[in-house]
Design a protein around this ligand. Structure first.
Ligand code: GAL
Length: 381
């Protein structure tokens, strides 16, 4: 009965719109009025009638990494399927570009901004402006720092990502069984990305004990975050650092047994460096090498035994969660969160939803990546 009433009401409102433009025109304007919604919006799987047709801004860092393309595409498709309009922008890893894209979204009348920040600490002003315009903000994957105006955070459990990487190294070197000593070098992500610290701390929560008891040897001595962090998650910078580490510490037949890489773009650079240094033969196999994102080139590298594992963050799952948050905010419901204590951004603890990360490697990638429909077998040829 209620549904029927809603349909009738919306129909009357649409008819009443005649004077100020067709529903079509009105709904294509960024400030789409609630009345522009179609009667279908009363279906129970869609957001409230009043939320449909609203513009959602989605700010992504870069198209240079595959994952962000997937994230953006999934967000756009899932939001549009719910009847929202989407302004999706990529900022070429340039902070100023991202700030001006977000300012534009505010001007265009976006109701919510979903932001995967390039520099988590560079958005305080733009978030002030969003707040003044009554816009809610969801931090996507990366926390936005130093602003009280981050309403929600949706991500994968970042500390756990590091733990899974650390445990993979622990297990595959047999460290728990007392094996060793092994040679390892450590890499961390971009210092302006809050996630990078969590990945590092999670991994070190497993590896530190073995460094301390001598079963893992970091010949370079470089293990502090600041020393091992790679600005902008840049593959070329990771390759250059690995080159330097090899030249300075692994001359004369001394081999690396493991390399901690927090993500796939770094792993790409590390593999290139290892390859140039003669790794990849029977007598000098690639060290155990971690990663994150399951980007296609990296899954291929896993199949080719150049990279050992990669954390799989199913971008479909994350997008689904964020779309649920968007729906909830715009319809006055409770947004889904499962953590209200971990992510303090310097201004507040941001209510978060943490998805569970799993790893893929050569032994399980078919099940994790192909059976789940994330990739087709042909994507990995
Ligand atoms: C992190 C993200 C990782 C990885 C990295 C590089 O913030 O959590 O999954 O993609 O950025 O873009």
């Amino acid at each position: 009965m209620k549904k029927l009433l809603a349909v009738i009401l919306v129909s009357i409102m649409i008819l009443g719109l005649g004077a100020c433009g067709t529903p079509e025109e009105t709904s294509s304007s960024p400030d789409a009025s609630p009345a522009a919604s179609s009667p279908e919006s009363s279906s129970s799987s869609s957001p409230d009638v009043s939320a449909k047709g609203m513009l959602i801004g989605v700010g992504m860092p870069t198209q240079s990494l595959q994952r962000w393309n997937e994230d953006g595409a999934n967000m756009k498709a899932q939001l549009e399927a719910k009847g929202y309009k989407v302004d999706l922008q990529y900022a070429n890893n340039d902070v100023n570009t991202q700030v001006s894209q977000l300012e534009n979204m505010i001007l265009k009348g976006c109701k919510i901004l979903v932001i995967a920040a390039i520099d988590g600490s560079a958005l305080t002003n733009v978030l002030n402006n969003a707040h003044n315009a009554g816009i809610k903000v969801i931090a996507y994957d990366r926390l936005i720092m130093n602003s009280p105006y981050v309403d929600y955070y949706a991500t994968f459990d970042n500390f756990k990502v590091g733990v899974v990487q650390g445990k993979y190294i622990e297990k595959n070197l047999g460290l728990k069984d007392g094996k060793g000593p092994f040679n390892i070098e450590l890499f961390a992500g971009s210092p302006n990305d809050n996630n990078a610290n969590y990945f590092y701390k999670g991994a070190m929560s497993i590896l530190d004990q073995y460094i301390n008891n001598g079963k893992l040897v970091v010949s370079s001595g470089q293990k502090d975050f600041a020393k091992i962090a790679i600005q902008d998650w840049d593959s070329a910078k990771a390759q250059a650092r690995m080159d330097n580490l090899i030249t300075a510490n692994y001359a004369g037949g001394k081999k690396l047994d493991a390399v901690l890489s927090p993500n796939d773009s770094l792993a790409i650079g590390i593999v290139a460096s290892l390859k140039n240094a003669g790794y990849g033969t029977d007598s000098k196999p690639y060290p155990i090498l971690t990663g994150q994102d399951c980007d296609k080139p990296n899954v291929k590298a896993m199949i080719n035994k150049q990279q050992s594992m990669s954390i799989f963050k199913d971008t479909r799952t994350l997008a689904t969660k964020v779309v649920e948050m968007v729906d909830a905010i715009l319809t006055g419901k409770e947004a889904p969160v499962n953590d209200i204590k971990t992510y303090n951004n310097g201004s507040k603890v941001v209510p978060s939803f943490l998805c569970d990360p799993v790893f893929a490697d050569a032994s399980n990638y078919k099940q994790i990546l192909i059976d789940s429909g994330y990739y087709k077998e042909s994507d990995l040829k």
